[in-house]
Ligand binder design. Structure first.
Ligand code: BDP
Length: 715
């Protein structure tokens, strides 16, 4: 009787555990690491495993395999047909294969995955010089399994395109996230160092699975408090959590810390006392975190302190910090996001300030440059600094969080935007000198041989269950990691991988949804800012349209009018040689091409030119009509996304399906809002009718002007 009761209780408990478990299983929290049970017809070549038990790669593989196959692979000492071998340089398990020379050539993070035979037995080998590479290789293999790729005859060699592949968290110490749309910060500063959230490990794992190896924990608008002993102790604990997954911790610092924290009279970088303060602070950090990565610095930008406060240059400031970090192997990532309201064209300023400093930075300083010359706009040309600094390490900064792309409400897959950026021709050394090559170490041999290459992405991660607010925003975190590892991957490949892992391998789901993703960035450009328009957002929150925005006393370069220059004669920013001459910051023949209204890519025409409303576009339409069609096309495309998604219902779990469906409704409404606001407003200047074959506005301009969103951004 007792036994019966016990077993009934056991079943009841099991039942209770299973049911909520199944529901919660598809809330998006597992990202692309869902490791779904394999189908019966998915025969796998692995029968047993050889690998150090202590190795995190072996552990992670076994865990994932157990989820997919129902039980772990048996551990074996014998090499059988189908044995999977995981090992690093010099390990006994790799001895039969003589891979040492090759593994050394793959570097610290590279790996190989190969089908090999040993004494007539066929085995799969994942091998690397070091643990980090082995972990990346293991995740590569897991990706092949999850996406249903063939696993026989593998012959893969991988090394990363960039050495440092970093997320930048704009997370504040009070738990808010600047430009974050997925809830509060995942870093629980008030609970640390005592309570360690399980999410730190999950975060580390997700990053390692896509090759991210560093993270800046706090906002570039940095509070000096991050360097207090109290906070450094918290940082130490986070670093300990991330270390096993080969993720280094970095911090954003406030340039005035010596004065604000150390009680010094000032923070002049050429002052001995200030330098000493930094040397000591850096030593203190390395005592706690021996593998600390370094500092990220926003200085003399948007009101923050910096070396120019003391008449010094950016190089003086960066070099002082670099000298303090150098003995410990740390780097300084010094941001080039600087602009001054008193100068003429904001788009020119980073170049004007940094170009003259080329060659004067230490070799552990990397200048971090946003992809475009202004500020993460829906579409910008690449920043002319890429290709201009031949003796300075430069790293791209991409924005994963959708500050200017509809927050976590709009479905926008950013790999297409980033690919356009990476593949842009700078012509700095003739054709083929793409932005990617100017930053990944392929060009500019003048840089010292030991110097590092790097890339950063502003994270879109928060404490929301699904991490990113929108299920499809996870794809941007994923895509950033994949492109930082290999910028040659296509957006198509990345979307395909991600969809197969995150949702299902079903072809009738993947094909249309992938098309939607690949279209989505251009769509957003269409309904927000087509043809090179930029920065016509609402004041402060950067969500909706406000091309008319006027805030008395505000900096001119924070107002839309500064950028669109709409008047009865036309629209656009004249950056030609007759205007601000920003075109001349680009190499030939790009500068001539941008300068000529007939040869400038139409995608950027209003970025570089002030164009009359009746200017004839390549389509044969007037500029005004073209603008109308683009806005309308954007709206139609979002409507199409809704249809694509609704048709996909049978393939998606209910929770995620409904959540994406609701977001698409907001997305569609917002697209109409953008279109109506921009067309009705610009029409007051063009005086021309909205072509009669496109959808009529459904709002009044005055009604749209009344909208006040309460979306204050957190500082
Ligand atoms: C802008 C953001 C602002 C950031 C700044 C930066 O609006 O919140 O602090 O960039 O990158 O895009 O420093």
């Amino acid at each position: 009787m007792m036994r019966m009761i016990r077993s009934t209780i056991r079943y009841a408990i099991l039942f209770l555990l299973l049911i909520p478990g199944q529901v919660a299983a598809e809330d998006g929290s597992r990202l692309w690491l869902r490791f779904q049970p394999l189908e019966a017809d998915e025969a796998l070549p692995f029968t047993s495993i050889q690998g150090r038990e202590a190795s995190i790669a072996t552990r992670e593989f076994q865990e994932a395999w157990t989820a997919m196959a129902g039980k772990p692979l048996p551990v074996t000492k014998r090499t059988d047909n189908g044995t999977l071998i995981l090992g690093t340089l010099g390990e006994r398990v790799l001895r039969p294969f003589s891979l040492d020379k090759e593994l050394k050539s793959l570097g610290r993070e590279g790996y190989l995955i190969q089908t090999l035979s040993h004494r007539g037995r066929e085995v799969t080998v994942v091998a690397a010089a070091e643990e980090a590479g082995l972990l990346y290789g293991t995740y590569h293999l897991l990706r092949l399994i999850q996406t249903g790729e063939p696993l026989d005859r593998l012959n893969i060699r991988e090394t990363p395109a960039y050495d440092l592949r970093l997320l930048n968290h704009w997370d504040n110490l009070n738990g808010t996230v600047e430009r974050g749309y997925a809830g509060y910060s995942i870093w629980k500063w008030d609970e640390l160092p005592d309570i360690i959230s399980p999410r730190y490990k999950e975060y580390a794992l997700a990053n390692a699975s896509i090759g991210i190896n560093g993270t800046v924990l706090n906002n570039v608008n940095a509070s000096p408090s991050i360097l207090t002993p109290e906070y450094l102790e918290k940082v130490r604990v986070v670093a300990n959590e991330l270390r096993p997954y080969h993720i280094k911790v970095y911090l954003s610092i406030n340039f005035s810390s010596p004065a604000e924290l150390g009680g010094l009279k000032h923070s002049d970088p050429l002052d001995k006392e200030v330098q000493e303060w930094w040397n000591e602070k850096v030593k203190e950090i390395y005592r706690l975190i021996p593998d600390f990565g370094g500092f990220l610095v926003k200085a003399n930008s948007e009101g923050l302190p910096g070396p120019q406060d003391y008449g010094r240059t950016h190089a003086d400031g960066a070099n002082m910090l670099a000298d303090a970090l150098k003995p410990h192997g740390g780097v300084v990532m010094w941001r080039a996001f600087v602009y001054n309201p008193t100068r003429e064209d904001r788009a020119k300023q980073a170049y004007q300030e940094f170009k003259p400093l080329d060659g004067s930075f230490r070799d552990n300083v990397i200048v971090q440059v946003k992809n475009g010359p202004v500020d993460f706009q829906p579409r910008e040309p690449f920043s002319p600094l890429f290709g201009a600094m031949e003796q300075t390490l430069l790293m791209p900064e991409l924005q994963i969080t959708q500050e200017y792309l509809g927050f976590s409400n709009h479905l926008v897959f950013l790999a297409t935007q980033w690919k356009e950026f990476f593949e842009s021709e700078t012509y700095c050394q003739g054709p083929g000198s793409t932005v990617a090559k100017t930053t990944d170490g392929s060009l500019f041999s003048a840089l010292s041989p030991g110097s590092v290459t790097a890339i950063a992405g502003v994270a879109n991660i928060g404490e929301d269950t699904n991490w990113c607010g929108h299920h499809f925003a996870q794809a941007n975190w994923y895509a950033f990691g994949r492109l930082a590892w290999n910028h040659r991957l296509t957006a198509d490949q990345i979307a395909e991988e991600w969809l197969r892992m995150t949702f299902t391998k079903e072809a009738s789901f993947v094909a249309p949804v992938k098309e939607m993703m690949l279209q989505s960035w251009e769509t957003t450009v269409n309904y927000m800012m087509p043809l090179g328009l930029h920065h016509i957002f609402a004041w402060d929150h950067h969500y909706g349209p406000e091309p008319w925005c006027d805030v008395p006393g505000a900096r001119a370069d924070w107002l839309p009018r500064y950028y669109h220059n709409a008047s009865t004669t036309g629209i656009g920013f004249d950056r030609t040689t007759n205007g601000s001459d920003a075109v001349s910051q680009y190499h030939s023949p790009l500068n001539e091409q941008f300068n000529d209204v007939t040869r400038c890519p139409e995608e950027l025409i209003l970025w570089f030119h002030h164009v009359p409303w009746d200017h004839e576009m390549k389509s044969g339409r007037t500029l005004w009509d073209e603008l109308c069609y683009r806005y309308d096309l954007g709206v139609q495309q979002v409507r199409e996304f809704q249809k694509v998604w609704d048709r996909a219902e049978q393939f998606v779990d209910e929770v995620r399906f409904k959540q994406v469906q609701s977001k698409l409704k907001i997305h569609a409404r917002d697209a109409v809002w953008w279109k109506d606001a921009c067309l009705l407003y610009f029409q007051t200047y063009s005086g021309m009718p909205i072509p009669y074959d496109i959808e009529r506005p459904v709002h009044e301009l005055d009604e749209l002007k009344q909208i006040r969103l309460n979306l204050k951004h957190h500082n």
